[in-house]
Design a protein around this ligand. Structure first.
Ligand code: UDP
Length: 467
């Protein structure tokens, strides 16, 4: 290793929503002279497209206990325990071997949900930095939750009029909070992982966290917590080709875990549609809608009469059968296009896309914001309710769908929100205006001289003191 080149080990949780921003972070770092070893679980590393290697980027893997079959199992508690147990052990072995080979990592950057990486790094006296790949607001919420708000929240959460005021955030109702706070929480191990993050940061002197956000987007949330942690916005972590800057590398993330075997030509299809006319629908890489909800969504989309591009992932035969079973399948294919996966950032930056029906995973939300595409939000779990709240009430670039008493969002509600966001309504105009404003601000932050660009460079300069 050349003396002047910092060497970072970047360790990420093996899901699409974590791999995409981490990989972009790695690419940003190598563009300013840092060597990065990108590490995630073996099963995910094997699925990633590594055919166009970048100078300065290497790959490594740890074990999550499922080396030969990529799966975040249905039993997330078992999975989180296994990834910690097997991951810690194999990371330990990897670091010992690296040291034997003469590689001394300047810093280990570890991402959300893998706090055990920091514990192992300490055994080797290697400095660590957390890369938080949810909004800063969520770190703020988790911080306060584990500092006493857990009692306030759990005492009143079942009261229908429940509202909580967390510093730096709008008033939050039950459905605006991380789903892990809401009983019955079947993801206890995930909540414990967030708790471990806070405990690890608390042990540091002047903890600094890199966050996939940009400073003005979450100024109040960042300020509210800066007595405890310095949150540094380095986002949006999406391929630079979509930020209106010179192409750094390939346009796709390169980290797709989903393979599309048939050619769909969705970009050609989008080219044939008028500007801002298409509804893009996707629920990310993990969420699955129940059949009755799929039917309502299909009904709502058809009723708008607008073209739509709908991602329905093919996760085995069961899913295909479910699709065949949609009552209006033929009509859907006449009015819209259904694909099992697409290059989402490319789709969102296409001029014919006018609205995104999204589950509000943080990457999807941020990618939409960066592309200036208004949102109709349908959060499912984890941070998505909070992201949706920020979209609707803080950034005002979208509206949230309302469920009926049976917990279903009806077709007519979907149509109502889509018409509001895409039609002539005054609120729709305001939403579209805000979407354009945040698009410009996001790009500004990422450009040379912008806040995220400057924060990233300052981080790299600070590595000098660690060498
Ligand atoms: N994505 C994609 N193609 C698709 C659907 C999703 O490339 O057809 C990407 C999307 O751009 C985002 C990631 O998958 O970067 C999903 O992350 P997000 O945080 O939105 O949701 P999660 O999958 O973690 O629920």
């Amino acid at each position: 290793m050349a003396d002047h080149q910092p060497e970072i080990l970047l360790v990420t949780f093996p899901s699409q929503g974590h791999i995409n921003p981490s990989l972009q972070f790695a690419k940003r770092l190598i563009s300013i002279g840092v060597h990065v070893t990108f590490m995630t679980a073996a099963s995910a590393i094997h699925l990633m497209n590594k055919t166009s290697p970048l100078q300065g980027l290497s790959y490594a893997y740890f074990s999550d206990g499922y080396d030969h079959c990529f799966q975040l199992t249905d039993d997330s508690n078992h999975y989180m325990a296994e990834i910690k147990r097997c991951g810690s052990q194999t990371l330990r072995e990897f670091l010992a071997q690296s040291i034997d080979r003469g590689t001394n990592f300047t810093c280990i950057v570890y991402c959300t949900l893998v706090p055990w990486v920091a514990t192992v790094a300490r055994e080797f006296h290697i400095p660590t930095t957390l890369l938080w790949n949810q909004p800063a607001s969520l770190l703020n919420i988790y911080y306060h939750y584990f500092k006493g708000y857990d009692e306030i929240i759990s005492k009143d959460i079942n009261d229908p009029s429940f509202l909580v005021k967390i510093p730096g955030l709008p008033l939050l109702s039950r459905h605006d909070l991380p789903s892990f706070f809401i009983p019955p929480n079947s993801h206890v191990m995930s909540l414990l992982a967030f708790k471990a993050h806070i405990e690890i940061l608390d042990q540091e002197t002047n903890p600094r966290v890199l966050v996939n956000t940009f400073d003005v987007l979450e100024a109040e949330a960042i300020k509210a917590i800066d007595k405890y942690y310095k949150l540094v916005g380095i986002g949006p972590l999406i391929p630079t080709a979509f930020l209106g800057r010179k192409k750094l590398a390939e346009t796709s993330s390169g980290g797709d875990l989903f393979k599309v075997t048939k050619e769909y030509r969705e970009m050609e299809w989008l080219n044939s549609k008028p500007e801002r006319s298409v509804i893009y629908v996707s629920f990310g890489s993990l969420s699955v809608l129940a059949k009755p909800q799929m039917e309502e969504l299909a009904k709502g989309l058809l009723d708008t009469g607008r073209p739509f591009l709908w991602v329905i992932r093919e996760s085995g035969e069961e899913k295909e059968e479910e699709m065949e079973g949609l009552t209006c399948q033929k009509d859907l294919e006449k009015q819209g296009m259904i694909v099992p996966w697409c290059s989402q950032v490319e789709v969102l930056s296409h001029p014919s896309v006018g609205c995104f029906v999204t589950h509000c995973g943080w990457n999807s939300t941020f990618e939409s914001l960066v592309s200036g595409v208004p949102m109709v939000t349908f959060p499912q779990w984890t941070d998505q309710g909070t992201n949706s709240k920020l979209v609707q009430d803080a950034w005002k670039t979208g509206v949230r769908l309302t469920k009926n008493e049976e917990g279903i969002v009806e077709g007519r509600e979907i149509k109502r929100c889509l018409e509001m966001v895409m039609g002539g309504d005054m609120r729709g105009e305001e939403i579209r205006r805000n979407a354009r404003k945040w698009k410009d601000l996001a790009r500004e932050a990422a450009m040379e001289g912008g806040s995220s660009n400057a924060n990233l460079k300052a981080f790299v300069v600070s590595l000098e003191t660690l060498k």
